[in-house]
Design a protein around this ligand. Structure first.
Ligand code: FBP
Length: 337
């Protein structure tokens, strides 16, 4: 018989043994997220059959229509930490205020943040979707614990719902990828310490919004499209409508995802939320050797002032992000490569 498959639980527990002082709580927390991922995958798989597609008839704190599956995924994630005193409170794209869990004898050591269903515009059309998660240390036990730099995350990752269901995470020791084997209901290790290419051939941005972009953002995207084989241009457009899906492609093939500030559609700070989209994906990408920038600042150094704050973001391979920052800084001389 070949080598035993490495399940997510086994991988996490073996990783914990590398940290003698570990209490096991973060391990349990990550394993729970694996279970939540399986439950959400099942809800997505039966959504057409169960007619759970479509609008929930409600709006989230950002005034965006909530889909039934946004709400369902959020409920599954909130339930996931509702016992065992692992998590003190949880913030979500679908909740105006953090959900506070009943306190146990000891205050729980962690706070969780998540975007239950990333790529909402893909929900009703069977497109790629994801659940993004971020784990932070509990400090005072208030929202202020969350309004801090992304470098303070202790773990982050996403569950990608595509042809395969993948669990991708980092706890600061590289990025690891697991694929769900539905026949045994287990996430199995498929890539350990994933390292992304320094540069790619694809870019992901919604060009339909370019009228609201800055001059330098428009110039950067035009530059990627200019034919110049010596610098690997033109790049190909690869925009799926799900940031998780696009970032996962970029982790494997290199390239860049961009959601710039967009003054035309009332998004002067872009669309992507700092705490449960930008920070966790930046944490994963940096652990794989990539970068994430606002154009002027490292995304992980940003400390938001509010729970649902948005920032402009460029995330991807180190070379493309460096080039984007040069464009943002208006350095024409060093543009050509
Ligand atoms: P949601 O979390 O509400 O889905 O918003 C994030 C997102 O869907 C990203 O996944 C995606 O890249 C982007 O917004 C799409 O936005 P747009 O429709 O403006 O291109």
């Amino acid at each position: 018989m070949g080598a035993a498959p490495v399940t997510l639980d086994r991988f996490i527990l073996e990783g914990q043994q590398q940290h003698p002082g570990a209490t096991g709580e973060l391990s349990l927390l990550l394993m729970r997220l694996g279970v939540a991922g399986k439950r959400i995958a099942r809800e997505l798989a039966v959504a057409d059959i169960r007619r759970t597609h479509g609008s929930a008839g409600t709006e989230n704190v950002q005034g965006e229509e909530q889909k039934k599956l946004d709400v369902l995924a959020n409920e599954i994630l909130i339930e996931t930490f509702d016992y065992g005193g692992l998590v003190s409170f949880a913030a979500s794209e679908e909740l105006e205020e953090p959900h506070v869990y009943r306190a146990g004898p000891e205050p729980a050591r962690y706070a969780a943040l998540f975007d239950p269903m990333d790529g909402s515009s893909n929900i009703d059309v069977n497109g790629t979707l994801g659940t993004i998660f971020s784990i932070r240390p509990r400090r005072e036990g208030s929202e202020a614990d969350l309004l801090r730099a992304g470098t303070e995350q202790v773990a982050a990752g996403y569950i990608l719902f595509g042809p395969a269901v993948l669990f991708v995470y980092s706890s600061g020791d590289g990025v690891h990828v697991f694929a769900l084997d539905a026949s045994i209901g287990e996430f199995l290790l498929v890539r350990r310490r994933l390292e992304m290419p320094r540069r790619g051939k694809g870019y992901a941005v919604n060009e339909g919004r370019r009228s609201g972009w800055s001059e330098t953002d428009r110039a950067f995207v035009e530059h990627l499209k200019e034919p110049d084989p010596s610098s690997g241009r033109p790049y190909s457009t690869r925009y799926s409508g799900s940031m998780v899906g696009d970032v996962h492609r970029i982790l494997l093939e290199g390239g860049i995802y961009l959601y710039p500030a967009d003054t035309a559609s009332g998004k002067p700070s872009g669309k992507i939320r700092v705490l449960y989209e930008a920070h966790p994906l930046a944490f994963v990408v940096e652990q794989a050797g990539g970068r994430a920038s606002t154009g002027r600042e490292r995304v992980l150094d940003v400390a938001p002032r509010s729970l649902h704050e948005r920032i402009p973001i460029a995330i991807g391979s180190a070379d493309e992000i460096a080039l984007y920052e040069r464009f943002t800084a208006g350095q024409p001389s060093s543009k050509s490569r």
